[in-house]
Design a protein around this ligand. Structure first.
Ligand code: PLP
Length: 391
């Protein structure tokens, strides 16, 4: 149900690709997008008391540009960089409102997605007057397809899993001269994924500012991973800002797609293949991102692998808070860490784990609810009907 290993390869080495300085640039880029607003950092004092920690802070990404997920931060930054490169400009010189006028014809950006990244790319392409073609794996939710098409992009559902869909998007983009904007990397394809992970760092800058306003510093950082692109950007920022000695980081994934967990066991990248069946669609990725894997290996303290019931519990708790706490609508890939914290803090079976993680009354636990109810039918099945309860 829940496995946690301590990272034997941790050495606290930070990364020049993902540090506080880079993050300030990505934040400046996002600030010029119409409608930009920091998402709320929600403190849950009653739950913190209930679980015996000092504070639980949840960054609620369901409010990101009205798109219900954080992912657009990465796609938009990569599109901005690509357009700047195409026009021989620095990204700080790009005016998103007029950039399309500078091009003879719109650029076409292709991508593969479990839903949220494609939504972000489709939205960013539309905002910048460009085109997007989005590929989705077999079994993708119709809600996601509709959302992406509603943003003016072409959307194709394949009959293969996520990782193979990435390969299809790549081949088609190459054949058509489109620009592939993928949120994971492989040898020879690193620059765009680096920009995408850097784009995610805007979330971390906001969180740090919000914590400073609350006069509080995190002791624990809990991050979820698909390929680890988001976790890498955020951990890079936090490690640089707060130092790894002062921070305990836990990176977790669905057990059906726990490539980062297995890589953490081995100290090198390990891929998981097969159907990658999990309700955590955004985290159901079998191959680690080689651009962000080094920072995860160097700076994460623990790797977790959890069943779907853990995140389902997290969704129900966030959606039905204790009196005095605010409600957060958190989707399957967003609520994993709250579910994990709850399980570790309340289940006697995990007491040793709790102690090993150093969770106690002095702990300030920071996490990101990276999506809202992006799959509304499934959200209701879980939160209303109790689907995916632990047996
Ligand atoms: C809601 C949500 N959370 C987290 C992630 C994980 O991001 P990564 O694949 O960078 O690890 C994703 C990825 O799509 C996502 O959609």
């Amino acid at each position: 149900m829940l496995k946690l290993i301590s990272n034997a390869f941790h050495n606290g080495e930070t990364s020049a690709l993902f540090n506080t300085e880079v993050a300030q640039h990505t934040r400046q880029f996002h600030q010029q997008i119409a409608g930009y607003q920091a998402t709320p950092l929600v403190s849950l004092p009653q739950l913190a008391k209930h679980l015996g920690v000092k504070a639980i802070l949840v960054k609620d990404e369901s409010h990101r540009f009205g798109l219900n997920a954080f992912k657009v931060l990465g796609g938009s930054y990569a599109l901005g960089q690509l357009l700047a490169q195409h026009l021989n400009l620095d990204i700080s010189e790009i005016d998103l409102k007029t950039v399309a006028e500078k091009l003879e014809k719109p650029m076409v950006f292709a991508t593969a997605t479990a839903g949220n990244h494609g939504t972000g790319v489709a939205w960013a392409a539309r905002e910048m007057g460009q085109k997007a073609v989005v590929y989705m794996p077999k079994g993708s939710s119709q809600a996601s397809v509709n959302r992406i098409q509603g943003l003016g992009a072409e959307c194709i559902v394949t009959d293969v899993n996520y990782d193979d869909t990435v390969r299809i998007a790549n081949e088609t983009a190459t054949a058509n001269g489109w620009m592939l904007v993928q949120d994971t990397a492989w040898p020879g394809y690193e620059q765009i994924p680096t920009w995408i992970s850097q784009g995610y760092m805007t979330m971390a800058v906001e969180a740090a500012e919000q914590m400073q306003a609350l006069e509080i510093q995190p002791t624990h950082l809990m991050l979820q991973a698909g390929v680890g692109a988001m976790a890498g950007g955020i951990l890079g920022y936090f490690a640089d800002k707060y130092g790894t000695d002062a921070l305990t980081t836990i990176i977790s994934e669905p057990s059906a797609a726990d490539c980062i967990y297995r890589s953490g066991e081995k100290g090198e990248m390990v891929a998981v293949t097969g159907a990658l069946n999990s309700i955590m669609a955004g985290l159901a990725c079998g191959e680690p991102n080689p651009v962000t894997w080094p920072i995860l290996k160097q700076c994460s303290n623990f790797f977790g692998s959890v069943d779907d019931s853990i995140t389902a519990m997290g969704m129900r708790i966030l959606g039905n808070p204790l009196a005095g706490d605010a409600k957060i609508v958190s989707g399957e890939s967003g609520a994993l860490n709250l579910g994990l914290l709850y399980a570790v803090a309340t289940n006697p079976e995990y007491q040793a784990m709790k102690a090993e993680m150093g969770l106690d009354e002095n702990s300030v636990v920071m996490m990101f609810s990276t999506e809202g109810d992006t799959n509304p039918d499934r959200y209701r099945q879980i939160v209303w009907h109790g689907a995916h309860s632990a047996n």
